[in-house]
Design a protein around this ligand. Structure first.
Ligand code: FNR
Length: 380
């Protein structure tokens, strides 16, 4: 099957990745209402078709926090990426680097900051979860600096963990504890298994050996469930900004009030995000909140968006509504699960082609000129 769409990659990934890990990516919190809304709300936005406009010599090049990108799309931080495909974070980072878009490594990744740095030559971005063990957090920040990461993405919307029923039904824990059911799921995916057996990177390498109390898989399991900090506050953002000293992006803003506080915090950008519908079920979709947030703070801070982007049309709509950059999570995970590095490249190619054609048919040649005027009947 030739993958023409992100959905095609999803079908291929489902065939190749063991069920518990495929479901881990393809799930949202509780009823999954917000997860679905993220995608569906893009479909409600209509574009204006324009004709007889010069559509030659088009450009999708842009910047995110002042850094050049070949199109305004970055890879979102995703935990356990190395379980969609062996060495997943390293492969995705290489694909993003070759494509000229940012890769963001999650704190909860399988491959470590150092693993990714060892296979890339340009800087990548690092996503930070603030754990209660602040020494561990400080050490992570220092490791990201040592690896020359060019932005810190601080995630704010996971002070406590949202619940995904599929993970519980599948018995998926962090780190994975393997039962006979899991072993069967893996055994029926021999391609995935062979690659996984061929790598040493099968557990959370940013954490094991770095966090004080984590020496093995079972202590890691206890640590991950207890360590997210329910008391995280704007004061923490201030000290992290100071300790990091580089470009800071605040991820997980969905309310104009929080966006105003984020703009006052001195961060370089915010990501309008509901964690891909994995945290607050019942929240608005990211794209439906974007215009209000842009109106509130768009003149003070760069606004990015993630959640529900499944095509270049979606990227164009987000840019038109004021996002300087966008991120894809599941689309690149499906590509990775389906075909490793090639699949991540394929996901990016699909989105770039769709973005280019759609922009042209809206009568625009340069992504920098895309604004609310390309949205049909735009209303707040
Ligand atoms: C995530 N997301 C996430 N975010 C984050 O800041 N740190 C993390 O470790 C993770 N882990 C994670 C795992 C998986 C499997 C998914 C799907 C998502 C959220 C992610 O960065 C992003 O906000 C969403 O994925 C965007 O929505 P789409 O593109 O997946 O619809």
């Amino acid at each position: 099957m030739t993958a023409l769409t992100i959905d095609d990659l999803k079908v291929l990934a489902k065939r190749r990745v063991p069920k518990m890990f495929f479901d881990y990516a393809d799930s949202g919190a509780y009823t999954e209402g917000t997860y679905r809304a993220n995608e569906e709300d893009f479909g409600r936005i209509k574009l204006r078709q324009r004709v007889l406009v010069d559509m030659s010599n088009r450009s999708l090049e842009s910047t995110m926090i002042g850094q050049k990108v070949s199109m305004p799309v970055a890879l979102a931080p995703t935990g356990l990426t190395g379980m969609q495909h062996a060495d997943g974070e390293m492969l995705a980072a290489q694909a993003a680097e070759a494509f000229g878009v940012p890769f963001t490594l999650s704190t909860m990744s399988i491959c470590s900051i150092e693993d990714v740095a060892s296979v890339t030559s340009k800087p990548f971005w690092f996503q930070l979860y603030v754990m209660q063990d602040r020494d561990f957090v400080l050490n992570l920040i220092d490791r990201a600096k040592a690896a020359k990461c060019s932005a810190l993405v601080l995630t704010l919307d996971l002070q406590i963990l949202g619940q995904r029923h599929k993970d519980i039904r599948n018995g998926l824990s962090a780190p994975p504890k393997f039962t006979p059911k899991h072993i069967w799921q893996m055994a029926t995916r021999p391609g995935w298994c062979m690659k996984m057996l061929g790598t040493e990177r099968r557990t959370f390498r940013n954490i094991v050996g770095h966090a004080k109390s984590v020496t093995d898989l079972s202590s890691l399991s206890v640590w991950t469930t207890e360590q997210f900090d329910p008391q995280l506050s704007w004061k923490d953002v201030a000290w992290i900004k100071e300790r990091w000293g580089g470009p800071l992006i605040l991820k997980g803003i969905l309310d104009p009030e929080d966006a105003r506080m984020a703009a006052d915090s001195g961060a370089d950008a915010i990501i309008v995000s509901n964690h891909g519908g994995r945290q607050l079920d019942g929240a608005h979709s990211s794209i439906s909140m974007l215009p209000r947030i842009v109106d509130a703070v768009g003149d003070k801070i760069e606004v990015h968006l993630d959640g529900g982007i499944r095509s270049g049309q979606d990227v164009l709509k987000a840019v038109a509504l004021g996002a300087k950059g966008t991120y894809i999570g599941r689309p690149f995970l499906y590509g990775l699960g389906a075909m490793g590095k090639l699949g991540v490249t394929r996901a990016l190619e699909i989105i770039r082609k769709e973005l280019d054609v759609t922009m042209a048919l809206c009568g625009k040649r340069d992504i920098a000129d895309v604004g609310r005027d390309i949205i049909a009947d735009y209303r707040d």
